[in-house]
Design a protein around this ligand. Structure first.
Ligand code: GYE
Length: 327
């Protein structure tokens, strides 16, 4: 009898300890937590591009595979929607909030609310420009300045033998978004070394195919002699291709096209000779995000900045890589 009582007390104590751990997970405190006890709120940018679609699919499937509950919201490229989603995750007392900030600025207030509630925040894909880096535990994503530099490096090399002026149209991503700011910065830094390169027009196409098409249509009218289009993502480049063809020109020949991402449609256009060079930006962040979340909930240290590894593709390399491309 005594023995049974003792065992019951021990089991009770164990149960208490276990539920205690699960409840404390919201504060990111120490102790093992089963995946099914973890709840993550993810505030996505939208569904503006092939990259974004692949990113959403990868994150959803990685959390499903890990058995972790993922609450998901789509902000339709509006910061106010993302702020609302984050506030609702705070209210629901999720264990971790992850989000990909539409634009860089304006996050301090809501991130302080998360901090006050003891909910750790992980930035995925895009950065915030806050000077207070205690507002997030980790930032997982690409180095967009490096991507811009790779685009610039290829261009410099490609036009190395010519001393003629090289007129460039830049199709920018969403105004104020980290990848738009940084891809412009890295590119500008490289091409400024030779004054034959001139960006004759630079406008946002909001990372969408329709945006890229519309902006290119208008800019081709004022700059019919343009040599190069540098698009901050594949989708805008694909829109530009439509506009160039509609204007009776041959994309990839009359106008050299450089894009960023390397999603399937972009890679196909590169293999078909309509795009000339693509800088890869990987959307496959799901597994790494699960890993960060699991560590944060367990109270383990995580790296403040995790940079995605990526490469570049020429037309020949695209032909080779296409059959195995996951996204
Ligand atoms: O390049 C673009 C998407 O933030 C890296 O957002 C991402 C960018 C990506 O819309 O296609």
């Amino acid at each position: 009898m005594k023995k049974t009582l003792g065992a019951a007390v021990a089991i009770g104590a164990l149960l208490l300890a276990l539920t205690g751990c699960a409840q404390e997970a919201g504060g990111g405190s120490e102790g093992p937590t089963a995946p099914e006890d973890i709840v993550v709120g993810f505030a996505q940018v939208g569904a503006e591009s092939g990259w974004r679609t692949a990113n959403t699919a990868d994150i959803q499937s990685a959390f499903k595979d890990a058995g972790i509950e993922l609450k998901f919201s789509d902000a339709q490229q509006k910061q106010e929607n993302q702020i609302k989603a984050i506030r609702s995750y705070i209210q629901q007392d999720v264990d971790v909030i992850a989000f990909s900030p539409v634009i860089e600025s304006g996050w301090d207030a809501v991130l302080n609310e998360a901090k006050d509630a003891g909910i750790p925040v992980v930035l995925t894909d895009r950065a915030v420009d806050s000077t207070d880096d205690s507002l997030y535990v980790s930032f997982l994503g690409s180095d967009f300045i490096e991507e811009g530099k790779k685009a610039g490096d290829w261009l410099v090399e490609e036009f190395a033998d010519s001393s003629d002026p090289v007129k460039i149209i830049q199709l920018e991503g969403t105004t104020g978004a980290a990848p738009a700011l940084d891809r412009a910065e890295g590119f500008a830094e490289v091409i400024k070394a030779d004054e034959k390169f001139e960006v004759v027009a630079s406008q946002t196409g909001d990372f969408t195919r329709a945006g890229g098409k519309q902006v290119t249509e208008a800019l081709l009218k004022s700059n019919p002699d343009v040599d190069v289009i540098y698009a901050h993502n594949d989708d805008m480049g694909l829109g530009a291709i439509e506009a160039i063809e509609a204007a009776g020109m041959t994309p990839g020949e009359d106008i050299t096209i450089i894009t960023v991402d390397a999603v399937k449609d972009g890679m196909q256009a590169l293999a078909d000779g309509k795009i000339n060079f693509i800088v890869e930006c990987s959307p496959l962040l799901g597994k790494q995000l699960v890993d960060i979340v699991t560590k944060v909930v367990a109270g383990e240290e995580v790296e403040k900045r995790i940079i995605t590894e990526e490469t570049t593709f020429t037309q020949e390399q695209a032909v080779e890589a296409l059959p195995d491309r996951q996204y």
